[in-house]
Structure formats: structure tokens, C-alpha cells
Design a protein. Structure first.
Length: 237
């Protein structure tokens, strides 16, 4: 897949049916947004990081990409831009119109689309990337990884950010919350979400007909490189 092929093949934007739970957070760089899970776990959303330059952890992901790459759930596009600057054909995909606009404003290619809807170049991408917790998209990591597998060429890889070992797999609903002056959190609408750690990823990947080729860390952040299983060797005749 050449850069020209990708540019020509990117269809017009379409309004996704999947709700965008993070839309309100993208424009708030104050650090006052949280992701609140149905099991009570909550984490501050690093919105300022999303809008900033690529951090060392992103550089480690980019270094594992050697061909056309999809940045799934691209947000404001810092990874898409980093991939592009590395000389790779890269397309950021997000359900948020604001996220795609910000990605394009940075000089990268962005496509407004639900990643479960048809995408350009299906079955020909070298890499699909899910960072910043995007393994949670749709609330079903197995279905999400199967979708990634369908997007990839035979030797392609999925690069995914994971929770540290110990959190396991959690599936349910989450909400984006805004901090209020009184110290309370104002909750947005619920959407399906998931968490997946560096141990549970092996079983989840297997259910999606993928294997974990490598786990790697950058600071406190964990990542996995997933690939398609090699066919068994034929017995000697």
C-alpha cells in the first residue's frame, strides 16, 4: 500500500453511530476530566498529553512500525503525526469530529469513522495501534482485536497499550466526568468500555486468533505487540 494509494482511498467522513464519550474532554486541557468506570475505578484523563508532542512512550511504539499504520482512536493525532514524521503512511481514525479536525490541523491524515465500519485498505495495513486505553473501545477487547486482525495484512501487528499486571480484564460501562468547584464530579453519559492488563492480554489475544509476540514497558506504561499465529510446520513426508 503506497501513500498515494492511501490518500486516494480515504473516503469522505461519515457520522459514526457509536457515541463519542470523550468529545467533551478533548477541549479541556485543564486536567479536570476523569474517566469513571462502573466498578468504581477512576483515572484522570491526560488531555494535555494528548494535545502535546509525542512522548518517549509514543516513540517506542512508532519504532515498531515499518509500514502503513492505522492509529485507531487517534484523538488529537499526536501518534498519527509522529508516524507520519517517521516517513510512514499513517491514518488516524476517530468517531470525534473535533479529534479528526485537530489531527488534520497538525498536518496528519484523519478519518472520522467508527473503526467497526468499513475502512480504506482493509486487509492491507501493516500495523494497527491502540494506545491511551483504546483497547477499551466498544467494551469488548476480543471483538476489537478481531476487527484489528481483519484490517491487517498477513504479517501485520497490533500494538496495544495495557494496564499493569494485576488488573486483569474488566468490561462494563464508563463515563467521562468533569470536576466541579464543590469538589464533586459531573458525570457524562455512559458508554461501553473495558480495561485489559499485561497478563490477561494473552488469553484475550488468543480468543481473537492473535498471539502476544512481546510485552514492553516505557516508564510506568505497558504495551503489547500482537501478531497472527504462525501456521504449524508441515510434518516431514
Amino acid at each position: 500500500m503506497s501513500g498515494a494509494d492511501t490518500a486516494v482511498g480515504v473516503p469522505p467522513d461519515a457520522a459514526p453511530a457509536r457515541p463519542d464519550g470523550f468529545a467533551a474532554a478533548l477541549g479541556d486541557r485543564s486536567g479536570g476530566r476523569w474517566l469513571v468506570h462502573g466498578d468504581g475505578v477512576r483515572s484522570r484523563l491526560p488531555v494535555a498529553r494528548w494535545h502535546g508532542p509525542a512522548e518517549p512512550a509514543v516513540a517506542a511504539v512508532v519504532a515498531r512500525c515499518a509500514g502503513p499504520t492505522l492509529d485507531l482512536g487517534c484523538g488529537p493525532g499526536r501518534l498519527t503525526l509522529a508516524l507520519t514524521r517517521a516517513g510512514l503512511t499513517a491514518v488516524g481514525v476517530d468517531v470525534s469530529a473535533d479529534a479528526v479536525r485537530m489531527t488534520r490541523a497538525r498536518g496528519a491524515v484523519g478519518l472520522r469513522r467508527d473503526l467497526f465500519d468499513p475502512l480504506p485498505g482493509e486487509g492491507r495495513w501493516a500495523h494497527a495501534v491502540l494506545i491511551d486505553g483504546n483497547i477499551g473501545i466498544g467494551g469488548d477487547p476480543v471483538a476489537l482485536l478481531r476487527r484489528c486482525r481483519a484490517l491487517l495484512a498477513t504479517a501485520g501487528t497490533v500494538l496495544v497499550e495495557l494496564e499493569p499486571p494485576g488488573a486483569g480484564l474488566w468490561q462494563g460501562h464508563a463515563r467521562v466526568a468533569a470536576a466541579c468547584p464543590a469538589g464533586r464530579l459531573r458525570l457524562g453519559p455512559p458508554f461501553r468500555w473495558a480495561r485489559l492488563d499485561a497478563r490477561a492480554v494473552h488469553q484475550v489475544a488468543g480468543a481473537a486468533d492473535l498471539v502476544v509476540r512481546e510485552l514492553f514497558r516505557r516508564g510506568r506504561r505497558w504495551f503489547g505487540e500482537l501478531t497472527m499465529p504462525h501456521p504449524p510446520d508441515r510434518p516431514a513426508t
